[in-house]
Design a protein around this ligand. Structure first.
Ligand code: FE
Ligand code: CA
Length: 493
């Protein structure tokens, strides 16, 4: 028997054809008294001719099942070339199913490259606001410029999301989220604003946590302004987990059930392509985006396949895939976007200089293979984009960290957190003193990275907030970094 979900996905994949769904399965779902679009709308994973549209029906975001009856709902979607939605170029109907938390993931095909589009949804007599998205340049096309924002680490309790208001105002071509979209922790009664439950473990708890985060209107604005691509780090499941191993020594079967629930909720709440829906306990999120001749971007999953013992970060299959992608790609700039620091980073522990246990330095063989691959695959202008540490770091990935100027393999830019807790600046100064390859470290700023890419140079602005405790906070450029094409060096001003 064919899996009904596959049928629905196949229908959704038809995109602009918009076939009506089989009538009998629908019945007449109960009316929804409240606006079901309270979690906003989103788009993601653009290609030159398509983009994924997302929403989740949840009229009461924090209530069980988001306040939805256990029925399937028809959701109509439209894509237009104008914000007023008058020039519709594609439309169709898909389903929001209670087994997937009434989430919707539609890949709309047949769009034009490097164009703005607007989209909206209609369900049960309610209509969402229109949101903007954008396709990527055509393969091989000459591209003059590309603008990106890089965000990560948005602990709801520890700050407001003013950074997202500014990302929305920038309206970049693409937003990259590098993990810690939610935190699994319980409630801190002294926090700026509170989580909605004790530490989360079950599917319903992960769903309610995403719903809480997604009620934030600044986060919704950033999703409504640009398409996103995302990878997870640890807190989408549990702090510092590696593959199937929980750092809290949870029973492996119990932890696997928790991870499976967490991955499913991640799929349900991100604008991921329908084919990324988890199968069993696995979910495939590593992907590559090509931006004309200007850039290729590999988004890596460095949690799911990470080994407990220090031999692999990505798992053998993902490593092979990455090597193949890097060897096959001839873009001018090559971005690797992922969660944890790749640059050599010695930290002082008990008076000794050691590697941390949760970044690439704890996996020296895997890290060396990554450096070898970057060197041997002839990629040009490699740039690593990273999250996790709640600090801005500008680093040089090097063969010999003591001689960064002559052995640099890639530039690395670490985005600070949107809202998650600070790192003391004296620790950051210590990191910089102890690691000649770290060029700049700032631990007490919240914000994001703003990238302006041109064929001849990459500009990375470290955009900092005045005060992440203020939802209306202003922003300023803390540092502006330049990488010139063909020159393994970073200028910081
Ligand atoms: Fe974090
Ligand atoms: Ca993390």
């Amino acid at each position: 028997m064919t899996d009904r979900r596959q049928v629905l996905q196949a229908i959704a994949a038809l995109g602009s054809v918009g076939l009506p769904l089989p009538g009998r399965a629908w019945g007449a779902p109960p009316a929804l008294p409240d606006d079901p679009f309270r979690l906003g709308v989103a788009s993601g994973y653009p290609t030159a001719d398509s983009v994924v549209l997302w929403t989740r029906l949840a009229p009461q975001p924090l209530a069980p099942q988001g306040g939805m009856p256990p029925s399937r709902y028809a959701v109509h979607w439209e894509v237009a070339t104008d914000a007023a939605m008058t020039h519709t170029v594609a439309h169709g109907t898909t389903s929001a199913d209670p087994t997937w938390a009434h989430s919707v993931h539609v890949r709309v095909q047949g769009l034009q490259p490097q164009c703005d589009y607007w989209y909206r949804f209609t369900a049960a007599g309610h209509r969402s606001p229109a949101a903007r998205t954008r396709t990527l340049p055509a393969q091989g096309a000459q591209v003059a410029a590309l603008n990106l924002a890089v965000a990560c680490c948005q602990n709801y309790e520890q700050g407001h999301y003013a950074a997202y208001r500014h990302i929305a105002a920038d309206a970049p071509d693409l937003v990259l989220h590098l993990g810690d979209y939610i935190y699994e922790y319980g409630i801190n009664p002294n926090a700026l604003r509170q989580h909605n439950s004790a530490e989360i473990h079950t599917l319903d708890e992960y769903r309610a946590r995403y719903a809480l985060y997604k009620t934030d209107t600044s986060l919704q604005a950033a999703h409504a302004a640009s398409p996103w691509m995302a990878t997870w780090d640890d807190h989408e499941v549990a702090n510092d987990y590696a593959g199937l191993t929980s750092p809290d020594h949870e029973d492996p079967a119990v932890f696997l059930a928790r991870r499976t629930a967490a991955y499913r909720a991640y799929f349900e709440h991100m604008p991921l392509p329908p084919e990324c829906a988890p199968r069993g306990h696995r979910m495939s999120i590593a992907t590559q985006a090509l931006c004309g001749d200007l850039a290729s971007l590999c988004l890596l999953d460095q949690r799911q396949f990470r080994s407990h013992h220090p031999d692999t970060m990505l798992g053998a299959a993902q490593e092979r895939w990455l090597t193949q992608r890097l060897q096959a790609t001839r873009s001018r700039w090559t971005f690797l976007a992922q969660g944890t620091v790749v640059s050599h980073l010695l930290e002082r522990r008990d008076g000794e200089l050691r590697y941390g246990s949760d970044n690439w330095n704890a996996y020296p063989a895997a890290r060396q293979r990554l450096i070898d691959t970057l060197q041997q695959s002839r990629v040009t202008n490699p740039v690593v984009l990273t999250g996790d540490v709640h600090a801005f770091i500008v680093g040089q990935v090097t063969v010999t960290p003591e001689r960064p100027e002559s052995t640099m393999v890639a530039a690395e830019f670490v985005a600070t957190s949107i809202s998650s807790g600070a790192r003391p600046q004296r620790l950051m100064d210590e990191w910089q003193r102890d690691n000649a390859n770290l060029r700049y470290c700032a631990g007490e700023k919240r914000g994001y990275l703003r990238l302006a890419l041109r064929p001849d140079r990459l500009q990375v602005d470290l955009v900092a907030l005045d005060d992440a405790r203020d939802p209306q906070s202003g922003r300023y450029v803390l540092k502006s970094c330049i990488v010139e094409a063909g020159r393994p060096d970073i200028q910081i001003a």
